[in-house]
Design a protein around this ligand. Sequence first.
Ligand SMILES: O=C[C@H](O)COP(=O)(O)O
Length: 235
Amino acid sequence: MNPVPDPSPSRARLLVSVRDAAEAALARDAGADLIDAKDPDRGALGALPAATVRAIAAAAGGRLASAVAGEPLDAAEASSCLAALAGTGVHYLKIAWAPGRDPASLSLPAGLPVIAVLFAEDGPDGADVPALAAAGFCGAMIDTRGKDGRRLTDHLTLPRLAGFAASCRAEGLLSGLAGSLSLDDIPALAALGPGYLGFRGGLCARSDRTSRLDPQRIAEAARRLAAVTPRFEAA
Ligand SMILES: O=C[C@H](O)COP(=O)(O)O
């Protein structure tokens, strides 16, 4: 089994989505904990070609690397998307998963942990987590589907997000929160005790997720995360 981040770390980790190996090296050097391969030109969870993901995993050096595998319509398509990125050298994969979706025909790659990505627009909460654990996911995160300027907290309240993180801890799943987050979101969200906070746009020049990553913003995000002591509320 590949290593995955501790589901209940003493502080939330910093996940930075990158489009290529050069951005992976930049994010690694600026202080990202988790290097996430994603095509920001193709929506919330645009998958990159396997060769690009392989190069990103290599450039992540000692950091954990993940890759997004897309937004499949059902479990069978999810299985194909995941299989396409197995063997790229990342430590885990992330894939969109609708709450309540039947996992019967889901085939998870052997030895490669997978995180289910729920979209904030669908109103997920902690009650969705036990089914994800039962389906075999190693983690669960909430992101926004529409990159239209609305942030995660424009869709879901802090108590609801706290309940989601707590439910993940109770199920032994890694949890993540993302969705057009800015540096100023860090104190309130990191305090909820997620495994990681995920960023792209908020760490890019002009806060444009299709623009280049800004190493100073990444370093500042790492500093702010390190300063927050999470409150581990019960599920
Ligand atoms: O997994 C994290 C995402 O890449 C977040 O992207 P975003 O900050 O542009 O919404």
